[in-house]
Design a protein around this ligand. Structure first.
Ligand code: HEC
Ligand code: HEC
Ligand code: HEC
Ligand code: HEC
Ligand code: HEC
Length: 189
């Protein structure tokens, strides 16, 4: 951990202070090293390139690249909230009540919608529970989706573009023009 923190550029005295604080806070240390999804992933966060198979082969390349649909048309909460929502089937149906209705995957979508079911999209990005991320704060400062997610408009299947390591977050926060906070509690409780 010392190596990790030093790599991220924290002076040793701050790190020592923090480690002491963590030990005092007892119960918290447990959750720091927990990894509830250990079986499925290489480890939370460090899954650069991770691209799970989705129940319906939804393509960002087709919808965003070819048909120029804006991110916020579907991820409508991203400017307002911590999390960026995955669109509901009702959003898909705005188009797919008419568009490509003869295609098998669209038939599946329409059946699920008619039966009031949802599609179980597999999560691509996942930070550990002890880390706080907030979309609104970043989007409001004009950080583009592509800075963190790569060229989504060219992805037939979404993959994790950034490594989501602490060093990645810190390196950007540290740029003088960003004026972003660096204290531990910004991202950790
Ligand atoms: C027509 C609707 C639609 C549009 C437009 C759209 N998305 Fe998505 N997005 C989805 C759906 C559905 C999923 C879940 C399935 C998947 O991962 O492919 C998703 C998943 C994602 C994920 C992965 C989420 C996770 O599980 O971690 C990211 C990141 C993302 N979109 C970013 C974007 C960006 C950036 C844009 C604009 C450049 C965009 N999307 C435009 C519908 C859309
Ligand atoms: C500063 C980096 C950054 C920017 C900018 C950013 N994202 Fe994300 N995005 C992330 C991280 C980190 C996660 C994983 C969050 C988690 O696991 O709690 C994520 C997760 C997501 C998810 C999955 C749902 C969720 O909230 O966990 C979607 C969808 C998504 N982003 C879409 C977008 C869209 C659309 C934009 C642009 C409007 C955008 N993101 C801008 C870093 C970013
Ligand atoms: C704003 C309109 C619009 C929205 C919203 C939209 N789509 Fe599409 N979708 C299209 C268009 C246009 C095509 C291309 C149709 C074609 O090539 O005949 C398409 C094609 C598809 C295809 C490929 C069909 C095939 O087999 O050729 C799938 C799958 C799909 N969409 C799923 C979704 C899902 C899932 C959602 C919701 C998350 C969604 N779409 C939302 C417009 C939309
Ligand atoms: C590409 C640059 C960039 C990356 C990468 C980045 N951030 Fe940020 N972050 C910013 C900027 C810019 C701000 C806004 C500072 C401000 O509001 O003045 C910010 C603000 C924040 C805030 C403060 C939110 C608030 O309510 O004030 C948190 C929390 C945060 N980032 C967490 C993270 C985490 C966690 C990661 C990594 C998973 C991350 N950031 C990656 C640029 C970045
Ligand atoms: C801008 C956001 C951000 C700030 C500020 C930040 N961290 Fe982190 N931290 C993360 C992210 C993201 C992870 C998870 C990914 C990883 O382990 O690299 C993490 C992980 C950790 C871990 C767990 C490492 C492991 O091996 O599981 C520790 C311990 C930690 N941070 C301590 C600190 C300390 C101490 C500070 C202040 C000196 C700090 N963090 C400041 C984002 C941040």
């Amino acid at each position: 951990m010392f190596k990790l923190l030093k790599k991220a550029g924290f002076p040793l005295f701050k790190v020592t202070y923090f480690v002491a604080a963590v030990l005092i806070l007892g119960g918290w240390t447990g959750c720091l090293w927990q990894n509830p999804n250990a079986g499925e992933r290489k480890g939370i966060g460090y899954n650069q390139g991770y691209a799970p198979e989705q129940p319906i082969p939804f393509s960002h390349e087709l919808h965003v690249g070819t048909h120029k649909i804006q991110c916020q048309y579907c991820h409508s909460q991203v400017e307002r909230s911590k999390h960026s929502n995955i669109p509901s089937l009702a959003t898909c149906m705005n188009c797919h009540q008419q568009v490509a209705v003869d295609k098998d995957n669209i038939k599946k979508l329409r059946e699920a919608y008619a039966e009031g079911k949802t599609i179980e999209w597999q999560k691509v990005h996942l930070l550990p529970d002890h880390v706080h991320f907030n979309h609104q704060a970043h989007v409001a400062k004009g950080v583009s989706c592509q800075t963190c997610h790569g060229e989504i408009e060219k992805m037939p299947v979404v993959f994790q573009y950034a490594d989501l390591s602490m060093g990645w977050c810190i390196n950007c926060h540290r740029q003088p023009e960003n004026k972003a906070p660096l204290n531990c509690t910004t991202c950790h409780h």
